[in-house]
Design a protein around this ligand. Structure first.
Ligand SMILES: Cc1cc2nc3c(=O)[nH]c(=O)nc-3n(C[C@H](O)[C@H](O)[C@H](O)COP(=O)(O)OP(=O)(O)OC[C@H]3O[C@@H](n4cnc5c(N)ncnc54)[C@H](O)[C@@H]3O)c2cc1C
Length: 386
């Protein structure tokens, strides 16, 4: 059904802004202790369990979850502030990021009580790492074509098949995976998929690296060969996972991680142009900052709408599409703006490093979390244009 684009005009509440000061103090101490190197272009947002434990001790993982499960019952907008400060500083959040953003909320909604009581408090303490098992060799954009099978047997569920591009599977304790439990029906091709909680230590699961062109290791192939899962690993409705995916994807697509992954380029550009940029540099930086501010306001608006129980699927897709395109264009714009400027010699090496890194990772930005074409299809459908 056609609808219009609606971004509620929301700002951050005062308690979120006062939390920002606390987060900055924590990050300054982490930088001073050598735990975060803000100038390390390639290592931003990396995986560090010890850091996640310190974040857990501050009460900044599972911030919005019920206290009963180790959460802190704070607002989504407070969580937003923690997230954006960590991203801006390049903090090594990978060991808790996925669990905090999406796996924990899925468990809260769909896991049996004994699983929630066991796993959620461990996530909030920064002790438990999750990966996302959606994509397969022939099922990426078309998620509902997934073939990895879960067969019901007497002892539970037997899993066979293969997931690919699974970020950090090699370092994860658990995966939340989408498996086929029945064929699709004529009426509903999305029918027949179920979400499962997978303990990555179970026999029959093999994780192999898929190296990045940049040399790093984040991606993996995960093969399931008669891996057995217990009955209580089913999350939500059997065969009905498609109904559960909507708000999960809106959270995944609209956060500040969708426009702050290459943020350091902007910071370094401003540093490189110095206190007295030429007119062209000043005008260019002004435009970039104004665009970033608009993205941020849209993203905060989606966070607020999700917190209010709305389903801003269309708006979340717009944030991701605009955000990742902005990030992708940023390195070339920064290079261009600095080309004729008298770049501060002391800032030159780091400026070049961050531009090189951002250029190398740029292609992935419009693929992860839903490709540009898929998002534009969702937007067009939402507007009644297809
Ligand atoms: C950095 C990164 C991290 C990732 N991490 C994970 C992870 O942790 N877990 C996980 O499950 N997956 C992960 N992925 C995989 C990601 O979700 C998929 O790559 C993505 O959904 C696209 O699927 P695909 O690679 O199979 O490409 P395809 O779906 O084969 O798409 C190929 C091209 O065809 C276009 N296309 C496809 N269908 C249509 C259509 N209907 N209309 C128009 N154009 C279309 C696409 O836009 C794309 O340009 C990650 C990907 C990246 C880049």
């Amino acid at each position: 059904m056609a609808k219009s684009i609606e971004f509620d005009a929301l700002g951050l509440p005062p308690e979120a802004e006062s939390l920002r000061g606390e987060v900055r103090e924590f990050l300054d101490a982490e930088i001073a202790a050598g735990n975060i190197n803000p100038n390390n272009a390639g290592g931003r947002g990396s995986f560090d369990r010890a850091f996640s434990k310190r974040v857990g001790a501050k009460g900044w993982i599972g911030m919005t979850w019920p206290k009963q499960y180790g959460g802190h019952e704070r607002s989504y907008l407070e969580r937003y502030v923690v997230n954006e400060e960590f991203l801006a500083a390049g903090a090594p959040t990978q060991a808790h990021f996925v669990a905090d953003r999406q796996s924990g909320p899925i468990l809260l909604q769909h896991a049996p009580e004994e699983i929630k009581a066991d796993i959620l408090p461990r996530i909030t303490r920064g002790e438990c790492t999750f990966c996302i098992g959606m994509s397969e060799p022939d099922s990426g954009s078309d998620l509902f074509a997934a073939k990895t099978k879960a067969d019901k047997v007497e002892q539970g569920w037997r899993i066979n098949g293969r997931k690919v591009w699974t970020s950090y599977a090699h370092q994860s304790d658990y995966m939340i995976a989408l498996f086929r439990t029945a064929p699709p029906t004529k009426e509903n091709r999305r029918h027949g998929l179920t979400q499962f909680l997978v303990d990555m230590k179970k026999p029959g699961i093999t994780v192999s690296p898929i190296p990045f062109m940049t040399g790093g290791h984040e991606f993996n192939e995960v093969v399931f060969d008669d891996a057995m899962l217990p009955d209580n690993s089913v999350l939500g409705e059997i065969d009905g996972a498609w109904k559960q995916a909507t708000s999960e994807l809106a959270y995944e697509r609209s956060g500040p991680e969708r426009f702050l992954e290459t943020y350091q380029v902007l910071v370094e550009l401003i540093g490189a142009l110095g206190d007295k940029p030429d007119l062209r540099g000043a005008e260019g930086v002004g435009r970039l900052v104004a665009q970033l501010n608009s993205l941020r306001r849209m993203s905060i608006s989606v966070a607020g709408m999700l917190a209010a129980g709305k389903e801003p699927v269309l708006e979340a897709s717009i944030v991701k599409d605009l955000g990742t395109n902005w990030e992708q264009a940023l390195p070339a714009k920064a290079r261009d703006l600095a080309a004729f400027a008298d770049v501060e010699p002391s800032n030159r090496p780091n400026f070049q490093d961050v531009i090189d890194h951002a250029t190398m990772i740029a292609p992935k930005l419009t693929i992860q979390g839903g490709t540009r074409e898929i998002l534009r299809g969702i937007i067009a459908r939402g507007l009644g244009l297809r």
